[in-house]
Design a protein around this ligand. Sequence first.
Ligand code: PYR
Length: 292
Amino acid sequence: MSAGKKFRQALANNKPLQIVGTINAYTAIMAKSIGHQAIYLSGGGVANASYGLPDLGMTSLNDVIADVQRITSACDLPLLVDIDTGWGGAFNIAKTIRDMEKAGAAAVHMEDQVAQKRCGHRPNKAIVSTDEMVDRITAAVDARTDPDFFIMARTDAFAQEGLDAAIARAKAYVAAGADGIFAEAVQTEEHYRAFADALDVPILANITEFGKTELWNKQQLGDWGAAMVLYPLSAFRAMNKAAETVYKSILEQGDQKAVTDMMQTRMELYDYLGYHEYEKKLDDLFEQGKNR
Ligand code: PYR
């Protein structure tokens, strides 16, 4: 089954589908093992975690593809990838879609911000015209080879243009072939319901912490018409806070005894990796070698 088909099945089977950010291959394995059905690679996350950069359009297709490949090699859950603005004009966007499919992504979201983009929950975003975004979507949809590869349009228009204009844009994006709509930085039940009522494609709610949206429960969001709930950087933020605490403790205390309770143990680490099966395989291979 193609990655795109898996994503569509997960969407059909979960109302709404929770999609958790997995900043690397190991956390993707953990998310699957815990029971999640779909995972996410955040553009901001790649910039921050893999390159030490802010989410300001400084990473490229190849930067993101490298992380996509690592994750899809290790985990077969359907992966939704943030492709920012698609990284260029029509031919660049076509290449982005083909490369994402080849790298094993199941779905992407592409936004209507200008190339010099910002985090969706920050002020002073600028967006391109509806026509320009429609051209981006047309190029993306035309380029996909797997008809199930899921192409989501993200609109950042709510912050600048308000609800009605954002919905009008979303309608134009769906008419151009978008399979779903990511309504960025909308805030209330009224907003979610308005998007869901106006459109007959799945709507994504981005429940990112410390942003413009409250941490609504998936049950509420599902009742309001959201088909997908995204937690783009939740685990990453927690990992960072834990790392900060550990680094400080080692410096201040001279050892790590005070923080071992908050650490994953060696065995827990190994269990997610199937470490012991790998080791047994190695032992078996050496045994066979000896007996030859
Ligand atoms: C990000 O995490 O980068 C999003 O765009 C949601």
